[in-house]
Each structure stands twice: as C-alpha cells, then as structure tokens.
Write a protein of this length. Structure first.
Lengths: 437, 253, 703
C-alpha cells in the first residue's frame, strides 16, 4: 500500500539514469588535424594515461578472493609482452607501462575498475581475469578499451549492451547454450557413439548442458552420435556421483562431457574408474599442467580443447614460440592465464599501431574492430574483429586446438605442420574436418 | 453467582509422570487464597496451567464462567490475570518505571510501531498517573528511576508485583512472593499485599511456604501433595489437619 | 558392505531393485554427512556451542596434513599424528582456554556468534600461515597416493569402494560406537554432558568442571581434525568453503538427533545420503522438481524438520536444575547521561558527519569516495541486522538473502520503467513479504533453531531460487539504473553518497525510535523471557514477527540501494551467504544495537581491506623504487605482501567477534559509553556543585 501511494506521488518527479555513453569520448580533435605524422616521432596525444614518454595501462584480476580464482598470472603475460615491445623502443615513441595490478578481492571488482579509471588514470584496461566482472558496465559506458579473459558474460556485446570496446583473448562472443558441431564431430573422430553430460543446477553450467543437448539435436544424426544421459541438477560443491555413473554405465555411455569445475570433473573421473565405466572424456577447462600432474592418470585418453595453440605442439607457430621464450626469460612458468594476458597485450599493441601515432581510445577501438584476421603470430585461430563481439566466427566452421591426455601429458592431436588448429566444418553432406593456421 | 476463577479436574503429565492429577480450585472475587504444599507438589505447574504457559492435559479453567482454556498467556493477561514468578523474572536493562509502563501499554495495547515512529513514545499524563499510583501503593516511589536489577531481591519481588498490578488484574497469581526474603522484607511484602486487598479490586492466589505469612493473609487454603489436592478449607482448619501436618508441616517447617 | 552383498540378488527386480541399489550407493556419502553431524553434535552436547567453525577446524588440520604429507613428504603416521592429534588437540585446548571457558554462562547465541567469527577468521589465518597457493589433490589418510589408487570390489558385485570411502565408513562406525560407549558407560561421558547442563551441580559434587570442559573441547576438536583429514580427498583442491558447504548440509542430520543424540545424527546423515541417491536415481533428471529439490535437499529437509518437530519447539525449557539459584547476569551499566552530555554527543555527531561529507567532497579521490558510498549503501543492510538481531533478538543468517530479494525486485521493476527510487520501496515491500512468510514459523522456534532455519532459507535461496531466471534474470545480472529526482541526476558517486546517507539517516532514526520506544521495551521484555513478557499481556510471537518483517524490509531497501549503486543486481558479487556471514559478524562485533555500528561496519567492509592493501603495498613499492636502500631494510620491506590484505581484513573481522562475549553490546557501544562515562566523571569532578538529573532512558525523560 505504502509503495503504491508513494509511487503515485513520486512517479512524476523521479526518473532513472541509466548512464548513457557520453558522445565523443576524449577524441583529440585538435591534435588530430594539424599534425602530419611520420613513424617514430612522438605526436602529442590528449588521452588519459598517455604522456610523451608513456602509455599507462592497468588491469584487475582475482588473486586473493576467498571464494577462489587464482588468476594473477595474467599480469605476467602482459608484462612479458610489454617488456619485449619496450626493448624494441615501445609504440609511437612511448613505453608501455603496466601501472596497476589490482586485486578485486571478495566484492570489489567495480571499485577496483573505477579506481583504474579515476585513480590510476589508465589509457586502457588490461588484463582482466576475474571471477565476476561488475566493473564492466562502467568500462562500456566510458568506452575504455578493455582486454581480458572471457569467462564472464559481460564480455559479449548484446542487444542494448554495446560492449564493442571489450576484447577477449580470442573473440568476445559467448553463448553457453548454443549448439555447435564440435562435440559430435569429436565423438565421430574418437569412434564414440553414446554421450552423457553432467552439469550443476546453476545458470552457466545448466546452459552449457543445454548447449550440449542442442549440439546433438542438430548434428547428432549426421555424425552417428546421440546424447543418452543428461543430468543438470547436480549441487554445486562436493557431491556423490555414484548413481549417475551407474546409470551412464547402464545406458552404455562411451563419451562423457561436463560443465563442472575441477572438483566435479575429478569426482566424476574417480567414480568412472571405480565402476569401470570406460568412456572418453572431453574436458572444457583442463589445460592446466598442475592439474595434469595430480590427476592425469584419471583422464588417460581424454580430450582438452583451447583457443590457442597449446605449448606442446611440435611445429610451434611464431607467436607461441615468442611467448614461451619470453616467459622463460622472465623466469615464469607458462600457463593458460599468462597466455591469455599475452594475447590481450598483443591485440592491444597491434591495435595501437593500427590506430596511428595520433591514437585515442576511440581510434584504438575502431582500429581493432576493423581487423579481420588477428591471429597473434599464429598462436590463435584468426579472429575477425568486425564481428567477433556478438556472433560466432562462422556458422559453418568451428576451429579449436585439441590435445589428448596420454601418460599424463598433453599430446596435440588433429594438428598438421603449419596448421595447428582443427575445424569441424558443417557441409550439406555432414560434418567434415579441416585444418587451419 | 459464579466464582471468579474456577478450575476443574486439572491434570498434567510430563513424560509419563503425573505432575497434577485431577486438581480443582476456586477463587472468589477479591479474596486471598493460599496454595501450599511441599517442593515438587505441582504448585508452579498449576500456576502455569492457570496462566496459560502450559496446556493442561485435561480439565477446564473458567474466568467468570467463561472458558479460557486454549487462550495464550498474553490473552489471559489482557483479560485480567496477572502473575509473579518464583524465580524472579525482571526485564533486563529497564528501570522500575519502565517495567510498569511496559505492562500498562501491553495490557491496554496502547503502544506500537506507529506511536514509536511518530515520536509519541514518551508517556502521556494518564500513563504517568497510573504508574505513580501503583508505585505509591507498593512503596517503590523512591526507586522508580533506578534500574530494576540494581535493587535487592526483596525490592525486585515488589517490582514484579507492581508490574503485575499495572495490568489492573482481577486475579493475581503470586508464586512464593516471600521466598528468599528476610524477615523485614517478608513483613513489608505482607503489608503491601494487605494494601492491595484493601482496594478490593483484585483476588489473589498465593503459593507459599511461609506458614505464618499464609496465616496472616489467606482466608482459605488449598494443599497440594504429589500433584493431588489433599486438603481445602479455611486456613486455620487446613493448617490444623493432621494429614496436612504429616505431608507438609511434618517435614520440619 | 555385507548389506551390499545381501542386496545383490534382488537387484534385478526392477524398481524395487533400483531402490535398493540407489540406497546402497548413498551409504558412503551418507557416512560423510553422518561423520560431520556426529562431530557437530559432540561439540554441542559437550560445550553448548553450536560450532559452525567446526568446518574451519577441519580445514586447518587438513591443510597441515597437506603441507607435511605432500610438500614435506612425511610418512603417513607421523603426518596423521601431527595434524589430527597434535594440531587438533592444541586447537581444542586453545579454543577452550582462550575463548569458550570465559563464555560458559553466555547464551547459546553468544557462543554461535563466536563460532561464526572463528569460521571467518580461521581459514584466512591458515592461508596466511601456510601460504595462499592452490592445494591440489589432498592426500588421503591411507598409504596410497590418491583414494582411487585402492579400490575394493564387494563380492564380485557392481559395488566398489575406494580407499577414502572405506576409511570414511570405518571411521564413522568407530566414532559412533566409541562416542555412544563414552556417553553411556563412562563417568567422563556423563560429566561431559553435565558440564553443559549444570556446571554448578557438577562442581558441588567435587568435579573439576574446567578440566572436563577442556577434555571435551580437545576431543571434539580432534574429531574435527580427523574429519578434515579424512574428507579432504573428496575435493580436487583443498578449500575451506567446501568443508563449510558440506557442514551446513550435515546440520539437517544433527536436527534429526535433536542436536544432542549421536545415534540420531548418525542415522540422519545416513538417511540424507540415501535420500539424495534415491532422488538422483528416480527423479527425471531434467524435471523442475529435480532441479529444485536435488541441490537443496539438505536445506529443505532441515527446514521441514525444524518446522514439524514438536521436540524442537519445546526445547526452550530450562534443563539446569540449579538455574534458579543462578545469580542474574550483571545488568549493563545504565548510561547516566546528563543533559549537557547528550547535547555534547549530538554536537560531536554533527561534527563527524559534516567532516565526513567535507572529506568526501573535497579531499578523498574517486576511489575512496566510491568505496565509502558502497559502504553507506551496505550500511542500510547492516542496519537491518541491528534491527533484527540487536533490537529484535533473532539471530538471522539470511539478511543477505532479503537484501538480494530487494535488489532483484528493484531490478525487475526498473526493467518495466518504474523509477528506481520507487522500485527500491517496492523491493523492500517484496523482501518484507517474504520475511513475513518465513518469519511466521521461524520466530516461534527457540533461539539456535531460529538461526538454523534462517540459514536453511539463505542456502535454499542460494542453491535453488537464485538459479531460476525469473528470479535472477539469467546469466547476465539485471542492470539497475541510478535515480534522478526532479532533474537532479545521482549518476556520479558523490551525489549518490548523499542520497544513500539520507536513506540511511531516515532508516537510522526509525530504528532508534523503535529501539527506544515501546517496541524496543517490549522486545527487551521478550528477550528476557517469553513467559514474563506474556504475563503482562505482550504477545511475544507477534512482537518478534513485526520486527523480523521490518528487518527484512529494511534489508530489501538496502539491497535495492546497493544494486542501484553498483548498477546491477548481482547476487554472486554482493549478497552471497558467505558475504552475509561476514556482515553479521562485523555488525555484532561493532555493536548489534547501535546505529553508529551499522554505518561504521558498512564502510569498513569496503574501506578496511583497501586500506590494508595500501598498507601492505607500500613496502613493495618501496623496494621497487629504492633499490639502493640497505639490504636489511629491503629484506624487511620485502617480507610484506600485498596479497595479505584480504586475509588480514577477514582475520580481524572474525577475531572481532570474539569480543562479543565480553562486550555483547559491541565494541563501538562499549567504547562510546566508556568514553562518555570518563568524560562525565571528568567534568563532574571539576564542577562538584552541578547536579545532574539522571534520566538515562528516553522513555520517561521529561520532554
């Protein structure tokens, strides 16, 4: 009652401020027009975080969040790439400085992102590798170039959410519940027929299970595979999968995929071993060498996919080799996180170069969004940034890097010399295999 | 004319142990009745059943002929049944006057959210007058603004009594009002009770160990032993009863 | 295991066979619940503490075992002895000696708060001591490297147990039998129970109650250590939160045993494990029922048990036969505050507020203003804790949930173009309505059970409701705008801070009015004793319910404010159960009845870790910028690590709660009244002639 009464009186006076993006964000119109540029000369730029000698950027990662997330490595990747660029004279006559490495702790992602802009006054935000990304809205509103690891839904541009300034390590499109031919194709390659999927009853995980279901609905028939067991009602946290595995065994499942965290995946693998369920697993987030060291034997024959060429690949693309060398120089272990940071830094630098010596935030964003085949020296399958924000790379071609776990090591599979990535290609006659550089 | 309080056949069983068996009791308007018996005889249980804290397993309780079984304690309090406690139950952190005010507002249902939120929580003239009246009656006027917990046990029992009186009770249950008090305090308490009785508005059911105290105040007495009523009648007769002496007084009181 | 073999022949018999198969499959995990439940019951029965920090103790020992066994490669027996017997016993001794010994006569709620503080602080202490790194693949309490390296097939059937399960089942059986014998057959067992029920009676019989209590604590702490080491291999990585998640699931099993029966807890745990397996087996995996019921089973069971069990409802009766001779607790010293002092404190408050706004407007940079504004929004939620727990006397572990409900409702309303300020009021109304539905049964439960029921609700919300897209809005959190009023936009943080402060001020004044008014007095009466309160005509249930509902509404309002400030209603970021625990601990530490405590704890929740961050970052920067400094100085400076900030903040937050037993009114209230008393004494001494009319309580203060 009170709410209604109050509403009637205030509805005319109160409104909502959604914080629409201010137009013409920091574009250096004066510097722009009258300065003829030759490369190597420092051109005056009026942008936050940019002086005549430095371009300051800063990032935020989950480092000490009590809820988990140890993503601090991503700073190492950025730092290593910057060191390399600075040793060669920097970009547009300026050194790249990773001026702030913020930890978003328990509940302060937004505050730390705000601080990057208002206190550290950075030109761009990178890297971002966080459990939650509540600061994203501010970055989108202010159109700050932002580079990071795409594990949060905020990376994606959607209807009414113009996140065209947000750049993931290999595209920004995320769709958990979209069907792709990847899994059915992989099963066909592995000679498996009957799939099972397990997921938690939390949105991202359950959506992922729906995505798996959609994949088999669409591509099951043409690959001769089917999804015979789905359980997406698991409780997050420790649980017992004895019943699920016995049901999968009864359903003669020979291929298992999950939408769970490490805990769940390991519990499942132990239970499968116990009950003697001999099925191939596809592990979505398992390119982790410490994980392999501890649990590798449980996952013999399982497949691990990544967006980037894995470190074990024999014929290493130039970009990957560079990363490995620089990490060794810096005395850091290569990891998925630092690789993401490295890729972010590379896209940032390439974008900066393309934006020209009179660069600005807007020009950087535009420059990247015009790149049609960014591939980080072959370390990733090319990204077409003209559309990588809000749709998948292609509706018919799905590329990735795949390895299989053998003797507790990642052994690259389906990769050809010079063409490390493998693609499932949808054709009218079924799903075909192609290789990509 | 029906009695003020009429309890018939009250029975209460705890875990198979009968605490009260078929106990009947009557209290008339403005009379002071005593209830005596050894420890564990079921006196407090009977009080609890009468005031609604416990629900009897069998039996009927009537107040002025109206059955009140099934009513919650606070509903009975609003109907005019007040009580004090053997183990003193003062409200923490309140002054003596607060105790009285709380009781006044609870029974009259004159306090509440709206009153608090509109800044009218302070006592009005009528409330202050009613408090002062009772404070005067029981002799607590000098201690009115002291925290109740700072008072002696004897004064504390008087505060409980005053709090109960603020409910304008027609019927007042006093659970061992002299327990733990020294001779002077006991005498004072008896004096206060006599003044209350003089006003003629309140009947009292008094549960007591102190026989002289009972003799001085009570016109009639009930005796409980092992959950049964073993005697009832004018105080003098009951106390002279050999059975009562055996069950109760024989124990060396 | 023999049961498994016996069941084998009937397996073929369709549904009945399935039923037995699932039941058998549920037993090992049922033992996990049972072991935890038995540990909690042992703890509660022998100390009167419902020890949620049991999970933290288990984690501590598991971490020690991990470090010595895996990183230092000790042999199994010495590693187990160290982590279970030595660390477990030492922790138990310490808890009794330093904490619970001084709380023996404290209320069960005070003890619960202490354990919540430990729950927050202890894991972070362990991480600070043993290093924050990922502890992957905890080693089993067995000679193999991993639990699945030893498998045991049961009589050629489909049933296989691994090393971890065998150890768990055996340990459960031994612990249950051992404890049952201890309590039934030995004098020590009797004394351990009696020390909780009536320490005075025990002392009268010449028993050294302190010794009995310390033995109890050592025993239950060693059990916690055993549980920790034994269950750690269930997880791929060792984290304290996983233990806590398991523990709260086990609480339902404890309630089966009425919190005091070892065998009840054991059977409850087993039943829970079996029920979980049956549901996993029989419910269609994609159904709404499965999605809702299976993840939340323990909480649904807990809630249902609490509501239907008559024995729980009547647990309010005093069990101590000597309780009557207990001297009443020391009354809190009445604040004798002369009128001039009231004026002075009010003036001081005005100065602090004005100075605070001035600092925010002109001195602090955007980062700190942002944190402070977030803190002021949160302070409204904190105020709801003051209202519900401090003033209302109900320990509610679900204020964070009410805040979330308010935030989500606000977000949903703004999607339909309702002005956000109006939406916040709507959110508060929705939260209050939910509070009314929940509160109706809950406030009738005796203290600790009410706390458990609110915990069950919070976890049910977190486990089930928040996953429904009509509640949370799906993967991407719903966005919430900031308000404009009469053309003034509150989009920037500084204006928003003013708005939040205004909301807080209005709410704060209302809370004070309730606390000091009749409602507050009624609640004081109810808190003292339901019986006494109802004897004067107060309806205890209604009084409590009204405040519980108001508290829920206030939390909802705060939640809406938080959502509008952060631009979205993000449950995981702002309102999770774990975060809510930290809030509760903070408020109770600072002063559960104090409005100042609400604002201070709200702001500290954000500002304090950030301050510590700067504090620990400073030496690192010093090392970076002064490479020429003397090496010893660099060594000292290099010792500090910025990543300590979050941990140290939590340790201090948690340890703060330990002061609750000594200052139930809270640190801030205690300090305030102490300094007021000091000032009054000081002034009075200087003006001996001045008389101060004592009118401590506003209720009867002349106008």
């Amino acid at each position: 009652m009170l709410a209604v009464a109050l509403g009637a009186t205030t509805v005319t006076a109160c409104g909502n401020d959604w914080g629409t993006a201010p137009e013409d964000q920091g574009s250096p119109t004066t510097a722009d027009s009258n300065t003829a540029t030759t490369s190597g000369e420092v051109v005056a730029v009026d942008a936050p975080g940019v002086t005549d000698t430095e371009i300051r950027v800063g990032g935020v990662a989950s480092v000490t969040n009590p809820l988990g997330g140890h993503y601090g490595d991503s700073f190492d990747g950025v730092q290593a790439y910057f060191d390399m660029v600075n040793a060669e004279g920097g970009v547009h006559g300026r050194k790249l400085v990773l001026a702030a490495k913020r930890d978003d702790k328990l509940a302060s992602n937004k505050a730390e992102v705000d601080a990057l802009l208002s206190v550290d006054k950075v030109f761009a935000v990178l890297p971002v590798a966080t459990l939650l990304f509540t600061g994203a809205d501010r970055l989108v509103r202010d159109q700050v170039p932002t580079f990071g690891w795409t594990i949060n839904p905020e990376w994606e541009a959607k209807d009414g959410y113009p996140a065209y300034n947000m750049f993931g390590q290999s595209g920004s499109f995320l769709c958990f519940d979209c069907g792709t031919p990847t899994l059915p194709w992989l099963m066909e390659q592995a000679g498996a027929k009957r799939a099972g999927v397990l997921a938690y009853a939390v949105p991202q995980s359950a959506d992922c299970a729906d995505g798996v279901r959609a994949s088999f609905d669409e591509y099951g028939k043409s690959t001769g595979t089917e999804l015979v067991f789905v359980d997406k009602s698991l409780s997050y946290g420790p649980s017992d999968l004895s019943v699920q595995v016995s049901k999968m065994k009864d359903a003669k499942v020979d291929f298992v995929t999950t939408c769970m965290d490490t805990n769940g995946v390991v519990t499942l693998a132990k239970e499968m071993k116990k009950q003697g369920l001999d099925a191939v697993q596809s592990l979505p987030n398992a390119y982790d060498h410490q994980f392999l060291e501890e649990f590798g034997d449980l996952f013999e024959g399982s497949y691990v996919r990544t967006d980037f060429a894995q470190f074990e690949v024999e014929d290493k693309p130039e970009g990957l080799q560079l990363y490995l060398d620089k990490m060794e120089e810096a005395g850091k272990e290569p990891s998925e996180n630092s690789m993401a940071g490295w890729l972010n830094a590379e896209l940032f630098v390439e974008g900066l170069k393309a934006a020209g010596p009179d660069f600005s935030r807007a020009k950087l964003i535009d420059a990247i969004n015009e790149m049609t085949d960014f591939n980080a020296g072959g370390a990733i399958d090319p990204v077409d940034w003209t559309k990588a924000h809000d749709q998948r790379k292609s509706d018919t071609r799905f590329c990735q890097f795949l390895s299989r776990i053998e003797d507790s090591t990642f052994v690259p599979v389906f990769s050809k010399p010079g063409k490390p990535f493998v693609c499932a290609v949808v054709t009218p006659d079924g799903v075909k295999t192609e290789y990509s550089a | 004319m029906t009695a003020l309080l009429e309890a018939v056949g009250i029975t209460k069983v705890y875990d198979g142990m009968a605490a009260l068996t078929d106990v009947s009791i009557e209290v008339d308007t403005a009379e002071l009745v005593a209830l005596i018996g050894p420890n564990g005889a079921g006196k407090t249980t009977l009080f609890d059943c009468l005031s609604g804290v416990q629900r009897a397993d069998a039996g009927i309780v009537r107040l002025e002929g109206r059955e009140i079984e099934g009513l919650a304690p606070h509903e009975r309090a609003r109907m005019g049944i007040a009580r004090t406690f053997q183990r003193i139950e003062l409200f923490t952190g309140m002054t003596v006057r607060d105790h009285l005010l709380v009781a006044d507002r609870a029974v009259r249902r004159s306090g509440g959210l709206l009153r608090d939120l509109t800044g009218r929580a302070k006592p009005d003239a009528g409330e202050r007058e009613r408090c002062d009246e009772v404070l005067e009656l029981v002799g607590l006027a000098d201690d009115a603004d002291r925290p109740a917990h700072a008072l002696s046990l004897g004064r504390g029992r008087v505060v409980e009594l005053a709090r109960a009186l603020m409910c304008r009770p027609r019927l007042l249950f006093l659970d061992e009002p002299s327990s733990g008090l020294d001779r002077t305090e006991t005498a004072e308490m008896a004096g206060v009770l006599e003044r209350v009785m003089e006003q003629g508005a309140t009947a009292i059911l008094l549960c007591e160990h102190d026989v002289p105290f009972v003799e001085r105040l009570a016109s009639r007495t009930y005796v409980l032993d092992c959950g049964r009523r073993i005697a009832a009648g004018p105080t003098r007769d009951v106390l002279a009863d050999p059975d009562v002496r055996a069950a109760y007084l024989g124990q060396g009181v | 295991m023999t049961a498994a073999a016996a069941v084998q022949p009937v397996l073929a018999a369709g549904a009945v066979g399935d039923f037995f198969e699932y039941a058998v499959r549920g037993i090992p995990f049922g033992c996990v619940y049972a072991l935890l439940a038995v540990g909690l019951v042992l703890n509660y029965k022998t100390s009167g503490v419902f020890n949620l920090a049991f999970a933290a103790q288990a984690y501590a020992s598991a971490a020690v075992f991990y470090v010595v066994r895996k990183e230092h490669e000790w042999a199994l027996v010495p590693a187990a002895l160290l982590s279970i017997v030595v660390v477990g016993a030492a922790l138990g001794f310490l808890l009794d000696y330093a904490l619970y010994r001084h709380q023996r006569t404290a209320s069960p709620l005070a003890k619960l708060v202490t354990s919540l503080g430990l729950l927050v602080a202890m894991p972070e202490m362990v991480k600070l001591a043993l290093g924050p790194g990922v502890k992957a693949n905890p080693p089993p309490l067995w000679t193999v490297r991993r639990t699945d390296d030893f498998l045991w097939r049961v009589g050629g059937s489909r049933f296989v147990l691994d090393a971890g399960q065998i150890a768990t089942v055996l340990a459960t059986v031994f612990v249950v039998i051992g404890l049952t014998l201890l309590f039934r057959r030995t004098a020590l067992g009797l004394q351990m129970r009696a020390v909780v029920e009536s320490p005075r009676l025990l002392r009268l019989q010449g028993v050294d109650t302190d010794r009995v209590a310390v033995v109890s604590w050592i025993l239950s702490s060693m059990l916690a250590a055993l549980v920790g080491v034994l269950l750690a291999p269930l997880f791929a990585q060792l984290t304290s939160l996983d233990f806590f998640t398991l523990l709260v699931a086990a609480i339902a099993a404890c309630v089966v045993g009425n919190l005091t029966s070892i065998s009840g807890a054991f059977l409850g745990g087993l039943a829970l494990g079996i029920l979980q397996a049956e549901l996993a087996g029989f419910l269609p995996t994609d159904s709404v029922v499965a999605n809702g019921l299976r993840p939340s089973l323990p909480f649904v069971v807990l809630f249902a048990l609490l509501l239907i069990r008559q024995s729980v409802r009547s647990a309010r009766t005093v069990t101590d036969p000597l309780a009557g001779v207990d001297p009443p607790p020391d009354p809190p010293p009445a604040d004798i505050r002369p009128a001039w002092m009231t004026t002075a404190t009010r003036a001081f408050a005005v100065v602090v507020i004005v100075a605070g706004f001035a600092l925010c407007a002109w001195v602090f940079d955007d980062y700190w203003v942002g944190l402070i504004a977030a803190g002021v929004c949160l302070a409204v939620v904190m105020l709801s804790i003051v209202l519900t727990t401090g003033v209302g006397g109900t320990i509610s572990l679900c204020q964070c949930t009410f805040a979330a409900i308010g935030a989500l409702a606000t977000a949903q309303l703004t999607q339909h173009d309702v002005p956000v300020l109006v939406a916040m009021v709507g959110g508060a109304a929705v939260a209050a309505a939910v509070g009314a539905v929940l509160g109706f049964p809950v406030i009738r439960l005796p203290g600790i059970y009410a706390a458990l029921a609110t915990l069950a609700f919070a976890l049910f919300f977190e486990g089930v409701l928040i996953n429904l897209s009509w509640v949370s809005g799906g993967d991407t959190p719903l966005r919430v705008p900031r308000p404009t009023v009469l053309g003034t936009s509150f989009l920037a943080d500084r204006p928003f801070l003013v708005l939040a402060a205004a909301v807080f001020a209005v709410a704060g004044v209302a809370v004070i009015a309730l606390r000091e008014g009749t409602t507050g007095r009624f609640l004081d009466a109810v808190r003292t004793s339901d019986t006494a309160a109802s004897s004067v005509g107060i309806n205890p249930a209604r009084t409590r319910l009204v405040v519980f509902v108001l508290g829920a509404g206030l939390a909802g309002l705060g939640g809406g404010l938080v959502a509008s400030f952060s631009g979205q209603a993000n449950y995981s970021q702002s309102f999770t159960f774990f975060i809510g625990l930290v809030w509760l601990v903070l408020v109770i530490t600072a002063g559960s009845r104090s409005v100042q405590a609400a604002i201070i704890s709200g702001i500290s929740f954000f500002v304090f870790p950030a301050l510590l961050d700067r504090l620990f970052t400073w030496p690192v920067n010093f090392v970076d910028t002064n490479p020429g400094a003397p090496p010893w100085l660099l060594d000292i400076m290099g010792f500090f690590k910025p990543e300590w900030a979050q941990g140290v903040a939590f340790v201090l937050f948690g340890l703060g709660a330990l002061t609750y037993a000594k200052h139930p009114e809270g640190i801030i209230a205690a300090q305030t009244s102490a300094s007021i008393r000091r000032t009054v004494r000081f002034v009075e001494r200087r003006r001996p002639a001045a008389t101060s009319p004592s009118n401590g309580l506003d209720l009867e203060a002349p106008a």
